[in-house]
Design a binder for this molecule. Structure first.
Ligand SMILES: [Zn+2]
Length: 253
């Protein structure tokens, strides 16, 4: 079940079919950190069971990479401190007041609160929508914060990302690895994925100076730093080319 990424870093693999992001486990000598909180109570429970089966210590903290449902609707299962940036906390405060019924989902989509593309996955994972119970993170930071897990530190940093305003990455310098959450993905608006090349460039400039060799995005296999940055550059070049072509077309009579 576990995939070991570095000596102290593991994760439970993502599942595209079940809308499950990768869930990280960072093992310090004194404390352990869970990265993201699961898409459903079942997902979170499977993680905790896998922790026990592997003989790992129960995580002491969990951190959210952002407020999208698949990263935090299992958080009600956790009885440990949960860390999030101010923006994620604010977003979840709003989400925790929402109703969850088929009609309400339609309303959320119309208002732009929930991308329409998320509805089938959410309904599949929550056949009884009223079972959705959104709880709030308990430790809130702005900018960045550090955790010392014991001979293993983590920087939890709010970053600019094309995907979401409340994006957080988890950098483990001793292991030269970084959890990216959904930071590298495009923004989902209703049912369209939109590229934001200017934000992707800021993210590129943020990640390039970080000393890491391996990165773990939430919905795909781990990527080496060089491959990640090369992919960013290709996407930026493609988006800029499309903008230029758009300008040229726009200039034609
Ligand atoms: Zn997301």
């Amino acid at each position: 079940m576990w995939e070991q990424l570095t000596p102290r870093v593991y994760h439970l693999r993502f599942s595209k079919k079940a809308n499950r992001p990768s869930l990280g486990y960072i093992r310090g000598d004194r404390f352990s950190l869970m990265v993201d909180a699961g898409n459903t109570p079942e997902h979170t429970q499977e993680y905790l069971d896998a922790v026990r089966q592997a003989g790992f210590r129960k995580p002491d903290f969990a951190v959210l990479t952002h407020s999208h449902w698949d990263h935090c609707f299992g958080m009600c299962t956790l009885d440990i401190p949960t860390i999030a940036c101010t923006q994620t906390r604010e977003s979840l405060e709003m989400v925790s007041r929402l109703k969850w019924t088929p009609d309400a989902l339609e309303e959320h989509a119309k208002k732009g609160i929930l991308p329409r593309l998320c509805i089938p996955g959410l309904r599949e994972q929550f056949p009884q929508l009223e079972r959705i119970h959104v709880v709030l993170p308990t430790v809130i930071f702005s900018g960045s914060m550090w955790l010392d897990l014991g001979n293993c530190t983590c920087e939890i940093r709010h970053v600019v990302s094309p995907h979401a305003k409340d994006t957080v990455i988890v950098y483990v310098p001793e292991e030269k690895m970084v959890f990216l959450g959904d930071a590298i993905y495009q923004e989902l608006v209703d049912d369209v994925w939109i590229e934001r090349p200017e934000k992707l460039r800021v993210l590129l400039d943020t990640l390039e100076p970080l000393d890491f060799t391996l990165s773990q995005p939430a919905h795909q296999k781990a990527i080496a730093k060089d491959d990640l940055l090369a992919w960013f550059r290709r996407r930026i070049a493609r988006a800029e080319q499309q903008t230029q072509q758009g300008h040229i077309l726009g200039q034609q009579p």
